[in-house]
Ligand binder design. Structure first.
Ligand SMILES: [Zn+2]
Length: 263
């Protein structure tokens, strides 16, 4: 149970390819709308937030520039990390659209839609980052213990580590080759729900299992062959970046689930 007794239904867990769905306004803040359900993934696990629009019953649409999780909590499950679960999701409204949002009452039926290309790119970057992580865990397990930052961007991803020894060129090459081999064999990706908590998710690929609540591809092949590079951040800190010049951004699987009243 979260602190304020509300939980936003996370439609992106039910179907990561759902781009637009119906919802009801639960609460209006100074700069945000909280809905009873949303397709918008909030910033989390290093993955940037979705953006999109909220369609109003009169046909107007207001833009949201960020989705953020509020009042989440750690699930306290054995063997599962302190990834926040439950909570509510606030859609931060574009400043220019706040005057319109200020007139929306709780109980208003709306439709919420994400920018699909942005979601598709972040999903690909996020999935690719997992593959690189597996390579790091294989060749530099000590670095995993020193991981202190992860950023999933539209066109790449990076990991930051505190390490005693730098990543050698051979190791970077091995990590890259390991990740690219997973891409080459088009390994299936699936997401399991933790048996003791419906909001706790586990990313699974071949024999790897990583607790993660992000959005993911269904298979590795769309990532294409990756490039992994090392950068020294100074004083025992190193960064690995990955880029996906061959990425195949697939918008086809995304779908809407909406009524006909909105334009
Ligand atoms: Zn993930």
């Amino acid at each position: 149970m979260n602190l304020i007794g509300r939980t936003t239904r996370k439609r992106y867990y039910e179907d990561p390819y759902l781009a637009r769905s119906e919802a009801v306004v639960v609460r209006r803040g100074e700069d945000y709308l909280e809905l009873d359900a949303t397709v918008a993934y909030p910033e989390g696990g290093g993955q940037e937030s979705d953006r999109g629009v909220i369609h109003l019953p009169d046909g107007r649409a207001i833009r949201f520039i960020e989705a953020k999780r509020m009042y989440g909590h750690a699930p306290r499950l054995e063997g599962f990390p302190d990834i926040e679960v439950e909570g509510v999701i606030w859609h931060v409204i574009h400043p220019d659209d706040r005057p319109v949002a200020a007139k929306i009452e709780a109980g208003t039926a709306v439709e919420v839609e994400i920018e699909v290309e942005r979601r598709a790119r972040l999903t690909l970057s996020h999935s690719a980052a997992h593959l690189v992580y597996l390579g790091i865990a294989r060749y530099r397990p000590d670095a995993i213990a020193g991981l202190f930052g992860c950023h999933i961007k539209l066109d790449g991803a990076r990991f930051d580590f505190r390490v005693e020894e730098r990543f050698t060129p051979d190791v970077v090459q091995s990590i890259e080759a390991f990740a690219n081999a997973l891409v080459s064999r088009s390994a299936a990706i699936r997401v399991e729900t933790h048996p003791q908590h419906p909001d706790a998710r586990i990313w699974c690929c071949e024999d790897a299992r990583i607790p993660c609540g992000g959005t993911h591809l269904r298979a590795t092949d769309a990532v294409g062959q990756m490039r992994v590079r090392r950068k020294c951040l100074g004083s025992g800190k190193e960064r690995l970046t990955c880029e996906f010049p061959e990425a195949r951004i697939e918008l086809g699987p995304y779908r809407s689930e909406t009524a006909t009243v909105c334009s």
